[in-house]
Design a protein around this ligand. Structure first.
Ligand SMILES: *Cc1c(COP(=O)(O)O)cnc(C)c1O
Length: 421
């Protein structure tokens, strides 16, 4: 059998090719094509740099390049111009020095635990922590011989009472998930340092805007970029920011060993969201306060849980951390919960959520679309906190719709459901 003659391919002159690679056939010529687009292309968005493989100019460079250094590239997992750029901007956003990206907010939380904890250690979490973070502590961390306990985030002495010789890490969250308590971050992190224990903050709510996590004394700040930095409800990503280079290296090493990289297109989507982050955060905060005030005045509502409102749990700590001369009204995420009168049964609260037209049923927040989720406090807390009134709770996340339209939607849903009128 004679081989099919190959199509003659004009020899390709590759200036940088070894002599035996000259005169290439088609696939080789396409892979090693000599045309180079001119340098100097500039546009508002960074190009999307995609790579698993990174090409080295010499064996010496391959051997000598250190993946931990930011002066070159070794492998897609360890950094590209896209990830280095996003990491650097996020470190600036949070007031830190070093940043590592993770494929989701939850994976960023997991990374901090895996990097900083070993078998026999104990980690403390606030009782109002992001639910999956508590589930991770009670699942994988427990299976790996790391114990966990919870403290009351509104009571600094409750954290003090939980320290023992095995305590290595304390998580903080401000405001807490669903019940929105704002803790005294500064006092909690000072207490951690008195005990020589690291503290990590889930800073998704503050988004690097409402307060500076490092000025409050935290060692590590984790941010679910999925929320405000993305702003689109379409990307999952997380970041881990520190000021301390030793901690940063510990996190980087763990990240490298776990191998959880992020996609270049997702990085580009977050980079695109960052310039409008502060504007969207402020707009969603403004709308949320208008919708929250409307709901608070409704006869069916017994409690509003929004840290910027007087009487909300931890309001004084929100005031101390989030009000400053540049923001005399303070800053807050566009998310809050309301508790309906206890006589209003479950099914009616569910019907109210379904009667909303602009608010969709869905988890997450910080995106363009307003969302609601009904919660049972009993399913997310081991005991009913004394500062949360009994009754069914609904969490509202405010999107970018006009606030008057959202208020009209809430009004008509309340009317549509018998008993709310
Ligand atoms: C959403 C969220 C996370 C997790 O982020 P994902 O990207 O969805 O994994 C963590 N913490 C808080 C407070 C969140 O709201």
């Amino acid at each position: 059998m004679t081989a099919k003659p190959t199509r003659p391919v004009p020899p390709v002159e590759l200036s940088h090719a070894k002599p035996e690679h000259r005169g290439l056939t088609l696939s080789s010529a396409l892979i090693h094509h000599p045309y180079q687009a001119p340098q100097g292309f500039e546009s508002p968005q960074l190009p999307i740099y995609q790579a698993s493989t990174v090409i080295f100019p010499s064996v010496r460079a391959l051997r000598e390049r250190d993946w931990r250094e930011r002066d070159g590239y070794t492998y897609g997992l360890h950094g590209t111009p896209s990830t280095f750029t996003l990491e650097s901007r996020l470190a600036t956003l949070e007031g830190g020095e070093h940043c590592t990206l993770a494929p989701s907010g939850l994976s960023a939380i997991a990374h901090v635990n895996f990097a900083l904890l070993s078998k026999g250690d104990e980690v403390l979490l606030p009782s109002n922590a992001y639910g999956p973070s508590l589930a991770l502590a009670r699942g994988e961390l427990k299976n790996f011989g790391i114990t966990s306990d919870v403290y009351d985030p509104l009571d600094v002495s409750s954290l003090g009472a939980k320290f023992n010789e095995r305590t290595r890490l304390v998580w903080l969250e401000a405001a807490g998930s669903v019940t929105m308590e704002f803790p005294d971050l500064t006092a909690l992190s000072a207490l951690c340092h008195e005990h020589g224990v690291l503290c990590a903050l889930d800073n998704t709510w503050g988004a690097g805007l409402a307060f500076n996590p490092f000025e409050c004394g935290v060692d590590v700040s984790v941010h679910a970029l999925t929320k405000y930095p993305s702003g689109g409800g379409d990307v999952l990503m997380g970041s881990i920011v520190t000021r301390d280079s030793v901690l940063a290296l510990q996190i980087k090493l763990s990240h490298m060993r776990l191998g959880t990289g992020v996609g270049a297109h997702d990085v580009a989507a977050i980079l695109k969201g960052l310039p409008s982050l502060a504007l969207r955060y402020a707009a969603q905060d403004h709308s949320a306060r208008l919708v929250a005030a409307h709901l608070q005045s409704h006869e069916s509502v017994v409690q509003l849980l929004h840290p910027a409102f007087e009487g909300s749990p931890g309001h004084e700590h929100w005031r101390a951390h989030c009000v400053n001369p540049a923001h005399p009204q303070g800053q807050a995420a566009g998310i809050f919960s309301v508790v309906f009168r206890p006589e209003i049964e479950h099914a009616r609260v569910d019907a109210f959520c379904e009667a909303l037209a602009l608010f969709k049923l869905g988890y997450s927040w910080g995106g363009p679309m307003s969302l609601v989720v009904p919660y049972e406090v009993s399913s997310i807390r081991s005991t009913q906190p004394s500062h949360v009134r009994p009754g069914h709770l609904v969490r509202f996340c405010i999107g970018l719709e006009e606030p008057q339209a959202l208020i009209a939607d809430v009004q008509s849903a309340l009317l549509a459901v018998d008993h709310f009128a």
